[in-house]
Design a protein around this ligand. Structure first.
Ligand SMILES: NC(=O)C1=CN([C@@H]2O[C@H](COP(=O)(O)OP(=O)(O)OC[C@H]3O[C@@H](n4cnc5c(N)ncnc54)[C@H](O)[C@@H]3O)[C@@H](O)[C@H]2O)[C@@H](O)CC1
Ligand SMILES: [K+]
Length: 518
């Protein structure tokens, strides 16, 4: 599904107008569509439309008129004294219909008793920090117990980035005109938007622009995952080397290896700290486990590089990091792998932390993927987790540029960036905020890399399947989200992949007996 920034929406809007579809028509369509959804979802008897001075406010005036027409008792707050253009015409219509219009000072009064608040204060024309006058109105809307329908984007959220500086409306439903705005799916904007819907406003296909950010839905992933072609052997199905675990940290390695196995990897090698190897060997019956030299803390350091490179020669991708441990030795090990291994390398967890201040990723010519959470990304960007979390899209892009790799920034809105491309994953769930799920994800993406999927696509498909597996588990068990543990994902990953493969064309190879054409 298409996501639009403010700029992209503006281009589509201008192109539509050049084709004779006026702004007035678009505003009418937007307002009528949003009012229809408001009636369907909230059935309000009394509603308040809070309208700003731009076209977002103009949409709000149309919503108010339509609600009035449907018999809803409507009051309107207009933030500006004088209006121009389409908003002015729509405001005049309200007055002619006898709908009460008050200024911002009347907001508190009209909010009491409202069964729906229509937030049309600020839309895609807003960015930066909200001025105090509007911030005060936003705080009043948020203090009201009535449900909130946001017009196009919750006021105070930057529609192009999801950034919030200062106050922003917390909506129950955000109805976007024509296309979901990027700011409604990227955190923290995502948390302000509530449920998100789209209304068609009649922008013709010829006016569409190429979006810079896509929603990582199943349709966008169709055909990316290869089926194993016949004749198959365990290496042709992908051979993954996992470099993970330390004497005191074995679970992370288990999760990564198991995630890779469930994502269809033909064979998984694990190189781990010598002290962890016997336990992991007993635990991971289907993997080939090798112990490598460890330091006094039980971590693999540079001395483990030979063992890693020995195995890497047989692997079509390498995952490094879960449970590795943090330290100078670990840094040299990760740098050595980035320098010597030509197959795609995925760095997760401690492998990322170990690279703080290092230029090894940027120097690497072969493909690399990193899968940090906000804290880990902060460490290699010289920033705090809070700074990253406030500007997730911008920071992920900057990291991909500076470190010349594919970046998957974990979160409820996992973001994948490579070069100019960016995708936001919609399958994430709060249930995934538990130990070990990230290790499973790195195994899953590693498996896809080992099967020849390009880094950007492997990261996107992995994020989708990982989130989908959690959702399938929740649907099947009916258990509370807090009860999910990382191993639960393993049993549901195959079904998540089956859904993706349902969209995938059969790989070239001899036709299976009895299979029909197509
Ligand atoms: N572009 C399009 O194709 C369409 C746009 N439509 C609507 O128009 C909106 C965009 O309209 P505009 O471009 O007029 O912009 P907005 O109405 O989103 O914002 C402009 C208003 O915000 C105020 N503002 C800007 N920065 C501020 C700040 N930091 N603090 C407080 N107030 C601030 C301005 O003074 C102005 O009153 C969309 O979100 C959508 O709702 C729809 O009517 C349909 C078509
Ligand atoms: K709004």
């Amino acid at each position: 599904m298409r996501l639009y920034t403010a700029e992209e929406m503006g281009s589509a809007d201008r192109a539509a107008q050049e084709m004779g579809i006026t702004g007035r028509i678009l505003m009418e369509r937007a307002g009528v569509g949003m009012a229809t959804l408001a009636l369907e979802r909230f059935s309000p008897r009394r509603a308040v439309a809070v309208c700003g001075g731009g076209n977002n406010g103009g949409d709000g005036f149309v919503v108010a008129r339509e609600l009035h027409r449907a018999g809803v008792e409507v009051e309107v707050v207009a933030s500006k004294e004088t209006y121009r253009g389409d908003p002015e015409a729509n405001l005049r219509a309200l007055r002619a219909l006898g709908i009460r219009v008050v200024g911002p000072e009347g907001l508190e009064g009209v909010l009491s008793g409202a069964e729906l608040v229509v937030d049309a204060l600020l839309g895609t024309g807003f960015s930066g920090e909200v001025r105090e006058r509007e911030a005060a109105m936003i705080r009043q809307i948020n203090a009201s117990p009535a449900p909130v329908l946001a017009v196009d984007v919750p006021s105070g959220v930057d529609g192009s980035t999801g950034e919030v500086r200062g106050a922003a409306v917390r909506a129950d439903l955000t109805v976007c005109a024509h296309a979901i705005k990027v700011g409604c799916v990227v955190s923290p904007g995502r948390e302000h938007a509530g449920r998100v819907a789209v209304v068609d406003i009649g922008i013709p296909p010829g006016a569409e622009v190429e979006p810079s950010v896509v929603l990582n839905d199943a349709a966008s992933l169709a055909g990316l995952i290869p089926r194993t072609a016949e004749p198959a052997h365990k290496y042709s199905a992908g051979a993954l080397l996992v470099v993970a675990g330390s004497r005191a940290m074995t679970g992370a390695a288990v999760m990564t290896v198991a995630g890779a196995q469930r994502a269809g990897c033909g064979i998984v090698f694990l190189v781990t700290a010598a002290g962890a190897a016997p336990l992991l060997d007993a635990r991971l019956t289907e993997a080939i486990v090798e112990g490598a030299p460890e330091d006094a803390a039980g971590h693999m350091g540079e001395e483990a590089l030979d063992a890693v490179l020995g195995r890497a020669g047989r692997a079509s991708a390498v995952v490094v990091g879960p449970g590795l441990g943090v330290g100078e030795g670990g840094r040299r090990l990760v740098e050595g792998i980035l320098r010597e291994v030509e197959a795609p390398v995925l760095l997760d967890a401690d492998a990322i932390t170990n690279l703080a201040g290092s230029g090894a990723l940027a120097r690497r010519e072969a493909p690399a993927v990193i899968t940090p959470h906000a804290g880990e990304l902060g460490r290699i960007m010289g920033a705090g987790a809070r700074e990253i979390s406030a500007s997730r899209l911008r920071c992920a892009r900057e990291a991909a540029r500076r470190h010349r790799c594919c970046v998957l920034l974990k979160g409820s809105d996992t973001i994948v960036v490579e070069g100019d491309r960016a995708a936001v994953n919609p399958t994430g769930h709060v249930a995934l905020a538990t130990a070990g799920t990230g290790d499973v994800l790195s195994g899953v993406i590693g498996a896809l890399l080992s099967r020849g999927v390009e880094p950007y696509d492997a990261a996107r498909a992995g994020a989708w399947a990982h989130g989908r597996a959690a959702r399938l588990w929740l649907e099947e068990t009916g258990w509370p989200a807090e009860s999910l543990i990382a191993t639960d994902l393993l049993s549901h990953l195959p079904r998540a992949f089956a859904e993706l493969l349902g969209n995938s064309p059969e790989a070239e190879g001899p036709a299976a007996p009895g299979s029909g054409a197509g």
